[in-house]
Design a protein around this ligand. Sequence first.
Ligand code: NOJ
Length: 766
Amino acid sequence: MGGQSCSRAALVLLLLAGSWQLLAQAAPLSDPAVEARVTALMSQMTLEEKIGQLNQFSAGQPTGPGTGRTDYGEMVARGQIGSLFNLSGARETNHMQRIALTRSRLKIPVLFGLDIIHGYRTTFPVPIALASSWDLPLIEQTATAAAEEAAKEGVRWAFSPMVDIARDARWGRMTEGAGEDPYLGAAIAAAYVHGYQGERLGASPSSIAACAKHYVGYGAAEGGRDYNTSEIPERLLRQVYLPPFRAAVNAGAATLMSAFNPLNEVPASANRFTLSQILKQEWGFRGFVVSDWTSIKELIAQGIANDGPTAARKALLAGVDMDMESGLFLSALGELVRAGAVPMSAIDDAVRRVLRVKFALGLFDHPYAPDAPAASGLEAGHVELARRAAEESVVLLKNGDASHAPPLPLGSQVHSIALVGPLGDSAINMLGSWIGKGDPADAVTLRAALTAYAAQHHLQLTTEKGVEIIGGSDAGIAAAVESARRSDVVLLAVGENAAEMTGEAASRAHLGLPGLQKRLVESVLEAGKPVVLIVFGGRPLVLTAISDKVSAIVQAWFPGVQAGPALVRLLTGEVNFSGKITVSYPRAVGQEPLYYNQLNTGRPAGNVDLSHPPQNSDEKYVSRYIDERNSPLFPFGYGLSYTKFEYGPPAADHPSISARALNAGTAKLTVEAEVRNIGARDGVEIVELYIGLRGTSVARPVRELKGFRRVALRAGESRRVEFTLGRDELSFWNVDMHDVVEPAQLTVWIAPDSSSGSSVEVKITE
Ligand code: NOJ
C-alpha cells in the first residue's frame, strides 16, 4: 500500500489514527503492484511448484540436528526449494541462484537466509548486551551494518531479532534477546526490524528481511530448559510475551519464526490460536511464518501427530508457511491436497505470502549478489560502530563500597596492572554465540588493547590466565596470585564460554562462575589488591558470594570485535559508562524465574527484613525464602557511571485524569522530573519511567516500565525529563479480556532503576 496506490480517504484515515509509521513501514507487503505480480506468477504454478516454495533447507554448516545433506542444486533446479540458509559468500549464493534462474521452469529466485544475530562479518555485542545500551538508534545502526554486509553476499534474510522475553537466567538463549521487559523488548524489536529492512522493505539493495522469533513463549521454557514446555495464560501472553512480536509486525517485519516449544499443550509450530488467530487475523500480518529447524517433524515427538503427513498438515493449517529443514511439507503436502485433507486455499495463502516477501524485497529484480570481490577486512565505519556499541553495552555494577575505595577509572596512581583470568585474552569468546561470518581473528581482546595502552602510558602489565573457563587444573592460580601481589590493581576477566555455555541448547542449572574460576577469584583476593571483576557472559551470573569482596564489577557480556578497545576506554575513564542491565541478577539460582514486574501477593514481604531467617510469625508468614532475600543482587534497569545523577520528585500535569478520555485517545498525562548530574564528569543517564496501577479488575505488576530516555548531561547540568502517558501505556488486558484503561490509582516513578526512585500519585477516574 504505497502512497500512490492507497486511496486518499484511506490515507487520511490512517494518518488520523496516528498510523503513519505503520503505513510507511508495512506498505511493501500490502502493495497492490506486488500483489499483481504474485497473482500472475501463481497462475502459472503447478501444485508441485507451489509446494516447492514452502521449503527451506540448510545448505551449509548445520545449526540443528542435521539431515547431513548440503547439496540442494538439483532440488533448486526442480523448483522444490523456496529458501536456503547457512550458505554465504557471493560466489555460493550466486551459484545456487543461477541454478534457480536458468534451470527451474519458473525461474523463481531463492531467498538466502542466515542467523545474523548481532552482525554478519563485523560482530557487534550480543543482543542482551546491546539491549543494555537502551539506545534504539544505535541498535538500528548495528542491524543496518549487518544487512549491508550480508546483502553484498546475497543473504537477504536475517533470522533476527530474537524477541523472546526471558525471565529465567538458566535459559541460555537469554543472550540472544533484549531481556525481561516487554516494553523495552518491543522498542528494541522495532529498532532491529527498521535496521535490517530499512525505511521500506526492498527499497535499497541492502534491505534484508527480518525474522522475529521464536513465536511464541519460547523464553518461558519450564525450568529454563531449552525447547521445553511453556504454560502461559492468555492474559500474560498478551501482556508480556506478545508485545515485542506485535511491535516487530507493526514495524513491518517480513517474517516470523514459529518456536519449538509447546505452548499451553499446543506446540508453537502447530498453534492455530497464536499463528492464525492472533498473528494473521488480529494483527493482519502479511508476511510469512517459517518453522524453526525441524519443529514440524518434532510435532510427532511432542505427541500431536503420529506421522509426518499429519505433522505437515497440522503445521500448515495452523499457519506455518515455510518448513525449515524437516522436508515434510515437500514430501507430504501434495498427497494431502489430492486427498482433500489440505485445501488448496491453504497452500495458496502460504505461497502468496512467501512470494509477496520475495517480490517486496526486490529479489525478482535483483536476484544476484553484486559480483564485487568480498572485502578482506572489516569496514572501518563498522568497526567504529562496534566499539561505540560495546562502550554503551558494558555495565558498571559496582565501583567501591564502604570497605573498598572505587578502583575505577584507573588513574595516575596506577603504575602496574595484573590482568588475570581465562577471558582476558580469548578472542573467540569476545564474539558470543552466533557469529554469522564473524572471524575471531578480528576480535581485539582486553589483553591486546591493554598492552597497547600500557606501552603508551608506561605502565607495567602482567597477564596470567590462572585457570581455564571450564574444568582444567589449578596449577596456574599461584602465578596469578603472585602477579596480583606485584601490581597496583587486578583486572580479573572471568565468566562463561560463549559457544558451550550460552545461546541455544545451553541451559544451566548452576549460575556461579564456571569451573575453577571462583577459586581463582578467592585466591587472587588474598593478595589484598583492589580487584575489578570483569564478567563476560550471556546471562547474569550469581555473584553473591564475591560481590562484597571485590572492589568493582563490570558486566562486559560478549562485547564483539572491539571488546578490548571499548573496555580499556571505559576502565581508564576515557569514556563514561552508561549501560544499564535489562535482566534481574539473582542472588541464588533458586530465585529464578526472577523479574522486576511481578505481581504483589496478599502477603508481600515489603517491610520485613529478609537478610536473616524469619524470627517470628510476622517475619515468617509472608511471601519469602527462609534462606535468601527476595530481591535481586542487581535490579532490572540498574547501572552506574563515573558521575552521579540526582532525580527530583516527579510531577504530573493533572492530579486526576479520566479513563474514558484516555480510552478515546483524547487525553494524555504528562509526567516530568528534573535529573541533575551532580558529579564531576559528563555522563549519559538512562532515565526510566515506571507505572503501578491499583484498584483494577485484575492485579497489575508492582511496577512496569512505560518509558525511558538516554539523557546526556554535562557535569553540573540538569534537565527536566518529560514523558507522556496515554492509552498505549496505561491500558491492560482486563478481567473481560479487553485491552482498556480502567479507573485506578496510578503511581508513576521516574527513576534510575526498577527498585528505587520517588513517585507521584494520579487518580484515573471513570
Ligand atoms: C534453531 C534456532 O532455534 C533458531 O533460532 C535458528 O534461527 C535456526 N535454528 C536456524 O539456524
